[in-house]
Design a protein around this ligand. Structure first.
Ligand code: IPD
Ligand code: CA
Ligand code: CA
Length: 264
């Protein structure tokens, strides 16, 4: 019997995780919230979603590697790794802010080839497979065609909890504000920020010190939607560094030229 296609497995697993999240939203006020770091929180729901998503994938691909935010790295003898953030936007989730997602990426030899991001609250499913384009709820998506920083709306993340890059972060913010960019949003889920760049809702997105589970799925969705993803020096090593800048090709070039000096 042949195995189901990788994208199908990712989609079904994301549906299962997302259904659990949708259910959990109703009891969020009685959940135990635990601290992983000074400003890094986790709930029983993060762990449950991670368990059921991996359980579903392992029914078909148990021989692969698994990297999850809550359970760590299970390394098997495979060149293929499933990379999961069970709730991207946990702070939003805990506070009842309806903006968070399940994010599942699949990397081959360290390069994302499949991405699925599900926002259970808005019922929006973003996905992509290398070479096959990107979709939102089964409709083709494309990055915006904005090519001027002055009219661009950017998403970004504030690096308050990890390595202290506050100085560099403020400088990137200052540079874009001084360039009179259109507007800037801090929405609280890096995976959805990338999905929004892919679907043209945001023109660009940048953040530092993310983990691969925050961006593996979103980066392939942006690339397949015709955008470009790099770190702030325009290198493609963003999955390892966690420093990321995503936008359409024209805007990306202009923004990288302005921001590259800030994080060397
Ligand atoms: C966080 C979100 C947030 C980003 C943080 C991430 P989490 O992930 O993606 O938007 O700014 O850097 O850690 O903790 O909610 O999975
Ligand atoms: Ca995350
Ligand atoms: Ca998370």
């Amino acid at each position: 019997m042949s195995k189901p296609a990788l994208l199908n497995v990712a989609l079904i697993a994301a549906n299962i995780g997302s259904a659990e999240l949708e259910f959990a939203v109703k009891k969020v006020h009685v959940l135990d919230v635990m601290k992983k770091g000074p400003t890094d929180y986790v709930t029983e729901v993060d762990r449950k979603v991670e368990d059921i998503v991996f359980e579903e994938i392992k029914k078909y691909y148990p021989e692969d590697n698994f990297l999850g935010e809550e359970s760590g790295h299970e390394v098997n003898n495979s060149d293929t790794t499933w990379v999961l953030d069970p709730i991207d936007g946990t702070t939003n989730f805990i506070h009842g802010i309806p903006h968070f997602s399940v994010s599942i990426g699949l990397c081959k030899d360290g390069v994302p080839i499949i991405g699925v991001i599900y926002d259970p609250f808005k019922n929006e499913l973003f996905c992509a497979e290398k070479g096959k384009g990107a979709l939102m709820n089964e409709k083709r998506i494309r990055v915006a065609n904005c090519n001027s920083i002055n009219s661009a709306v950017f998403g970004m993340g504030i690096p308050y909890s990890k390595k202290n890059h506050s100085g560099e972060y403020i400088e990137t913010l200052r540079t874009l504000m001084d360039s009179r960019c259109g507007s800037i949003r801090r929405l609280g889920s890096a995976a959805l920020d990338l999905a929004y760049v892919a679907s043209g809702r945001l023109d660009g997105f940048w953040e530092f010190n993310l983990n691969s589970w925050d961006i593996a799925a979103g980066s392939i969705i942006v690339l397949e939607a015709g955008g470009w993803v790099s770190d702030l020096q325009n290198s493609e090593d963003y999955l390892r560094s966690g420093n990321i800048l995503a936008a359409n090709l024209n805007l990306h070039k202009d923004v990288v030229d302005k921001l590259r000096k800030h994080l060397v």
